[in-house]
Every structure is written in C-alpha cells, then in structure tokens.
Design a protein around this ligand. Structure first.
Ligand code: SF4
Ligand code: SF4
Length: 102
C-alpha cells in the first residue's frame, strides 16, 4: 500500500517506469519503428518528454503490450524499483522540478 493507503497499481500511475532506458534483448519482437540505437545499444525510442514512444499517452498504458520487451515484462509493479521511481516522480511533481531522462 502507498502512504496514501491506496494499493499501487499501474492503472493509477503515470507510467513512470516507461521513461527509463529500455535495452532490447535478442528475443524481443518490438516493431522496428518504435526502436532506435543509442550509444551502441538497441533501445526503445523515446519522445521529447522522455516517455517511450510505444506508450499510449491518452491512457498511459503500453501501446505494444503483447510484444513489449522482456525488460518491461520483468519490471515488477510495486517492487522496490517501482516504489523508488514513483517516490522520486511524486517529489519532483510536488516541487515543480523538471523530470530528468534516465
Ligand atoms: S510498474 Fe510501477 S512505475 Fe511502472 S506503471 Fe506500474 S506502478 Fe507505475
Ligand atoms: S514498451 Fe511498453 S511497457 Fe515498455 S517502456 Fe514502452 S510503453 Fe512502457
């Protein structure tokens, strides 16, 4: 449960984890137009604000859920990294600090 007493669910989140660098693995089958190369790594492309280009921004949900990368499949909702990201995001929003790309 969050500090506000609500369960942590992706459905009630601004897809904070979809601003992280997502490095693609050999077995991933993401549509090529959603990916790019950066620093020698094949990664999910991101928009100007830092969100993954596959994100359905109207619903803040993955727009390629069935073929999402393995890294995304393994990211644990309400796990330690999720909690850390959400806390950092909330603090930045509260203080009006621009988000940084990871
Ligand atoms: S895994 Fe965590 S950070 Fe990612 S969308 Fe779900 S609740 Fe938000
Ligand atoms: S592929 Fe989907 S789950 Fe993974 S970062 Fe992009 S929008 Fe999020």
């Amino acid at each position: 449960m969050s500090s506000a007493g609500e369960a942590i669910l992706c459905e009630r989140c601004d897809a904070v984890c979809c601003r992280l660098t997502v490095v693609l693995q050999d077995g991933d089958r993401v549509a090529p137009h959603l990916t790019t190369w950066r620093d020698g790594l094949h990664v999910m492309a991101r928009d100007e604000e830092g969100w993954c280009v596959a994100l359905d921004s109207a619903r803040m949900r993955c727009g390629c859920y069935e073929s999402r990368p393995d890294v995304c499949r393994r990211f644990a909702m309400a796990g330690p990294y999720c909690l850390e990201l959400r806390a950092d995001y909330s603090e930045r929003m509260r203080r009006g600090i621009p988000l940084q790309l990871h």
